[in-house]
Design a protein around this ligand. Sequence first.
Ligand code: AMP
Length: 423
Amino acid sequence: MERVQAVRGMNDILPDAVHWWQKVETTAREVLELYGYREIRTPLVEKLELFARSIGESTDIVEKEMYAFPDRKGQWLALRPEATASVVRAFIEHNLHADPLARKFYTIGPMFRHERPQKGRYRQFHQIDAEVFGIDDPLMDAEVMIMLCDFLQRLGLKDIGLHVNSLGCPECRPRFREKLKAFLQNRSPQLCPDCDRRRHVNPLRVFDCKVDRCREALTDAPELAQYLCEACRRHFDKVLEYLSDLHVAYAVDSRMVRGLDYYMRTTFEVITDRLGAQNAVGGGGRYDGLMRDLGGPDLPGIGFAIGMERLILLLQQKEAWVSKKPQVFIAVLGDEAVRQAFRLAQDLRAHGVAAELAHGGGSLKSQMRRADKLGVAHVVIVGEEELARGVVVVRHMVSKEQDQVPLENTVQFLMTVSTVESL
Ligand code: AMP
C-alpha cells in the first residue's frame, strides 16, 4: 500500500524531541507571567482580509506565502501567518479595552507560511507571541526587549544579538520613502525583478531582499535615522537610554525594516550566527496605527514573536537533553509475583519515583537487559521465593550490589537511595 506522508514543511514533533518544546513553553510562560502578560488563544483560521489589511498587501507574506482558500460558501479564509493581527482583532471584537487590566497578552502556537522549506524555515512553524496595547511610553519598548532577552538568558542562550531600529512614523517616513524611491530609480538596472517592482509600491521592502546584487545596490542607500521627525527621534533616544540603563547590549541597525507593513517607530530583532541563513530568532516592533486601521479604538501597540523551532535548534546545539528516565525497573519472576510487583510499581509512582514494570515475563537475564537499556539506577527483583520470605531484592545497577529489603520497606528504601544519589 502506498503510504500517506506529512505535508512538506510541516513536521511531527516526536516524543524524543517534545521535552525541548515543553522546556521552552514552560520558561516562556514563567517569564511572560512575571512581566504581567496573560494568555489569549485565537483560531488558526481567520478571514483573509484581516491579514491583507494588517500585514500589508504588498508584503511577501501576503503576496506569496499565505495559505488562503475559499470555504464551501466561497468566503476567503487564511491559515494565520502570524499572531499579532489575530490578537488585535480579538481585543477589538471583545471590547477588551474596557478592562484596564487587559493590556498585555501572549499566545503560543503554530503559524503557516508557504516558504521554501530549509533548516530553520518551515511551512508550519511555532511562535511565542507577546503584545502590549495602550501604552506608547518608550519605557514599554525597552521593557518588551528586555523581557525577550531575559527569556533567552533563562534558556541559557547567551550569544544572541539584539538589533534595534526606528522606522519613523506617518509624519516622517514618507519623506524617507521619496528619498529612497529616487535612490532606487538610479539603481534600477542592478535590482532583481521583485525589487524593481517593489521600489514603486513599497520601497522599504527592498531592504529585506536577500539577493546579493540588491544588497550591493543598497550599500550607499539613504538611512532612515537621518529622516526621523523630532518626536520619533526623542522616542528612539529614550528607548536606547532605558536599554543602556539596564546594561542591555544592543546594536542600532538602520537597514532593518522587518517584513510586515504595520510597524512604526521601534523595531527589533534577536539574531544569531549559529543558524546559517535563518539567523533571526525573533523580532517585533511598535504598531501604533494598527488597531485603528482594523476598526478598533486608536490604541498604540507593541509586540514580538519568537520562532520556537529556531530556539530549539539553538538549544540542541548547546546541550544534549538528559531525558527523564525511569528510576526503578521492577523485574518479575513467576505469575504470583506479578500482582505484588504491580502494587509496588503503583506505590512507588504514588511517592514520586518513576517506576517501569516488566511486562510479559521472560527470563531474569532478558529483564535485566531491558533494565540496562532503560538506564535505571535500581532494579527491584520480585521473585516468588523471596516473596515467601516477605522480601524483595534491590540491585544497584552500577555497583552491582544487591540488598534484600522487606517488601513493606521497599518504597522507603528506594526513596532514600535515590535521594542520596541525586545529591
Ligand atoms: P516574523 O513574524 O516574520 O517577524 O518572524 C518572527 C520569528 O518567527 C522569526 O524570527 C523566526 O524565528 C520565526 N519564523 C518566521 N518564519 C518562519 C518559518 N517559515 N519557519 C520557522 N520559523 C519562522
